[in-house]
Write a protein that binds this ligand. Structure first.
Ligand SMILES: NC(=O)c1ccc[n+]([C@@H]2O[C@H](COP(=O)([O-])OP(=O)(O)OC[C@H]3O[C@@H](n4cnc5c(N)ncnc54)[C@H](O)[C@@H]3O)[C@@H](O)[C@H]2O)c1
Length: 263
């Protein structure tokens, strides 16, 4: 049954109403899950106010700042989950970051610092969050992360983020193997291009969306809600036999080889 009543779901990565994590949180809530939200804090507290206003309708029972680059904040987040919820059933890892200058131009010019930042925030963080979640997933659990086809193929300007997504996708497989004996499933959704804050930092993202609208089998790209529906499925008992997988939610774009565009 796709019924998440009584399940505790922690959702990371909501920045605004375009965030994929917002689409996922809404659909998990619709399926009955008890929602907890983490947000990336900023010095002026603007993110806190913005995200709090947005998620109010979901009545989150947890609302916690968590910069995944800060181990103390990660530990504090899961200490709060333990204290308030006791157990965790669902973890949504829906965040990424790379310096803007590393998301355009020649990949060969990627700096050491840019590489480390992108891989640390976007790929290592999944391992760190899974380690913190594991002791709380006493009844088993489902962990879902977000990737992009640029981690499997070369997409212009995606550059260092492609390497981060390749690492993230391999993380999913190793984590699935590690956590499977505890009945914790780990999967990724590879979403088609969607206009968001993060994607707007990638050079030529609108061209990419336009290209997908022309050549994807469904002749369009996808919405945050469609990604949210797939995530909800992966978190439900309907997906109880699925782990270590990359599920493409991209209007079919991934299957295409050479395609005609109309210019
Ligand atoms: N938009 C797309 O086209 C697309 C396609 C496929 C996959 N994705 C992936 O979906 C995920 C969500 O991105 P989005 O497109 O919804 O953009 P978004 O900008 O709405 O979300 C990115 C989130 O990452 C968070 N974040 C960045 N650094 C962080 C840190 N150090 N600690 C905690 N949080 C941090 C931001 O606060 C933000 O909420 C990312 O992994 C992205 O790569 C996006």
């Amino acid at each position: 049954m796709l019924d998440l009543t009584g399940k505790n779901a922690l959702v990371t990565g909501i920045a605004n109403n375009r965030s994929i994590a917002w689409g996922i949180a809404q659909q998990l809530h619709k399926a009955g899950a008890n929602i907890g939200i983490t947000y990336l804090p900023d010095e002026k507290g603007r993110a806190e106010k913005k995200v709090a206003d947005l998620v109010e309708s979901l009545q989150p029972s947890l609302f916690v700042p968590c910069n995944v680059q800060d181990d103390a904040q990660v530990d504090e987040t899961f200490a709060i989950v333990k204290e308030k919820w006791g157990t965790l059933d669902i973890l949504i890892h829906c965040l990424a970051f790379a310096n803007k200058e590393d998301l355009t131009g020649n990949f060969v010019n990627t700096s050491r610092e840019g590489f480390t930042t992108a891989l640390g925030v976007s790929a290592y963080s999944l391992i760190r969050l899974c380690a913190a979640a594991k002791p709380l997933m006493t009844e088993g659990g489902s962990i879902v992360t977000l990737t992009y086809i640029g981690g499997a193929r070369v997409i212009p300007n995606y550059n260092v983020m492609g390497i981060a997504k390749a690492a993230l996708e391999m993380n999913v497989r190793y984590l699935a193997a590690d956590l499977g004996p505890h009945n914790i499933r780990v999967n990724a959704i590879s979403a088609g291009p969607i206009r968001t804050l993060a994607s707007s930092a990638v050079g030529g993202i609108l061209d990419m969306i336009h290209h997908v609208e022309q050549v994807a089998p469904l002749r369009r790209t996808v919405t945050q809600i469609e990604v949210g529906n797939a995530a909800t499925f992966l978190c439900s008992d309907l997906a109880s036999g699925i782990t270590g997988q990359i599920l493409y939610v991209d209007a079919g774009y991934e299957v295409m080889g050479m395609s005609e565009t109309k210019g």
